[in-house]
Ligand binder design. Structure first.
Ligand code: BTN
Length: 351
């Protein structure tokens, strides 16, 4: 029987023209993504541009925070670099059932924020998702108005949208669900010693490996579209590590835990696949199927913490989450419940 001809996926259409039109800085980045040394002359030859154009692109790459090295007589090198993000490779690596739910995947070189861009688009039909990634975000956003820092090629800046048929009752706990899904995907890729820190942080060896930012567009009734942003540190390099440390956050990256450079396209596909499966389950059953997994990965359980939320700041011992995903804090006045907030771990009191 003759098979019907499949329509080309949006990301596969017009590919050669799109590649040629890419900015030079993106093409230089792609050449350096093998982690080896490339002389300015060799880069100019293979890209069909002048050496001074290469030099300007290299400077621009460095200004964006890429951990670029320049060594006399050897050329330029991006240590710890991984191959560029490519929509088609992500599509190929997506499990079939989840791939059918993804109507569009775009990888941009630079934009302000992948979350902001998806929020500006129309809602995807319920049960489907649009995925957007960028190598560089000029205004990457973290929770509570913080900036999200990520060097080109050294991180995953991922957003995807999802429309619920109606606003889920436990929407406030969606960040916990996404945390569990991202953790499962990373574990399946051999990432060790992962934990979750309430509400939305992914930790490795107790340091921040990634974060989740969920934004909602909804009326009081009817469909609700969420844009889920995930930032994952892949290979940060000293300057971005330093900049994050200056904000008081100890960061970790995948490159330091894995013995080979992680394949970002495969990791993106695994994370998106797990999350879409998780979103469908959350829509049917709420937080329930995820609670035990979340509790098993809880980085704070039993630890002395300070929680700052809308009700002010409180100190006590973290006692896990309740059935709705709220953080339970054992204080001198009794157990307090937090539905949002920021947590910092306090040094244990020694007698
Ligand atoms: C946090 O831990 O504060 C959440 C960080 C979320 C960062 C991601 S990167 C992709 C997406 N686009 C953004 O502007 N932010 C999220």
């Amino acid at each position: 029987m003759k098979r019907a001809k499949q329509a080309a996926r949006p990301e596969a259409r017009g590919r050669p023209a799109a590649h040629a039109a890419r900015p030079l800085v993106r093409r230089v980045f792609a050449e350096l993504a093998d982690g080896g040394f490339h002389s300015g002359e060799a880069l100019a030859r293979s890209l069909g541009v002048s050496r001074s154009a290469v030099w300007k692109a290299v400077r621009a790459l460095k200004a964006l925070g890429a951990p670029l090295e320049a060594v006399r007589n050897r050329g330029y090198c991006l240590p710890g670099a991984t191959p560029p993000l490519e929509a088609e490779l992500i599509r190929k690596a997506l499990p079939r059932a989840q791939g059918d739910r993804v109507s569009r995947i775009d990888v941009e070189w630079t934009l302000d924020s992948t979350n902001s861009r998806l929020l500006a688009r129309a809602n995807p039909p319920p049960g489907t998702s649009e995925v957007l990634l960028a190598e560089v975000q000029t205004s990457g956003r973290g929770r509570r108005g913080r900036q999200w820092l990520a060097p080109p090629g050294g991180s995953i800046c991922l957003s995807f949208s999802w429309t619920f048929r109606e606003v889920p009752r436990e929407l406030g706990a969606l960040g916990l669900v996404i945390g569990v899904c991202a953790l499962r995907a990373l574990r399946a890729h051999g990432v060790p010693r992962l934990e979750l820190k309430w509400p939305n942080d992914l930790l490795m060896d107790g340091r921040k490996l990634g974060g989740v930012l969920i934004e909602l567009r909804a009326e009081s009734t009817g469909p609700a579209c969420v844009v889920i942003g995930i930032g994952l540190n892949v290979a940060l390099g000293a300057s971005v590590l330093g900049a994050i440390a200056a904000t008081g956050i100890a960061a970790a990256d995948l490159a330091s835990a894995l013995h080979r450079p992680p394949d970002r396209n495969e990791i993106v596909a695994a994370v998106v696949g797990e999350c879409l499966e998780g979103l469908a389950a959350f829509e049917r059953e709420g937080l329930k199927p995820f609670i035990e997994h979340w509790r098993a990965a809880d980085a704070l359980a039993g630890r002395p913490v300070a929680v700052s939320g809308a009700q002010g700041t409180a100190q006590g011992l973290a006692r896990g989450i309740d059935l709705h995903g709220a953080l339970l804090l054992e204080t001198r006045e009794g157990v307090q419940r937090f539905i949002s907030g920021d947590v910092s771990v306090r040094p244990a009191v020694t007698r």
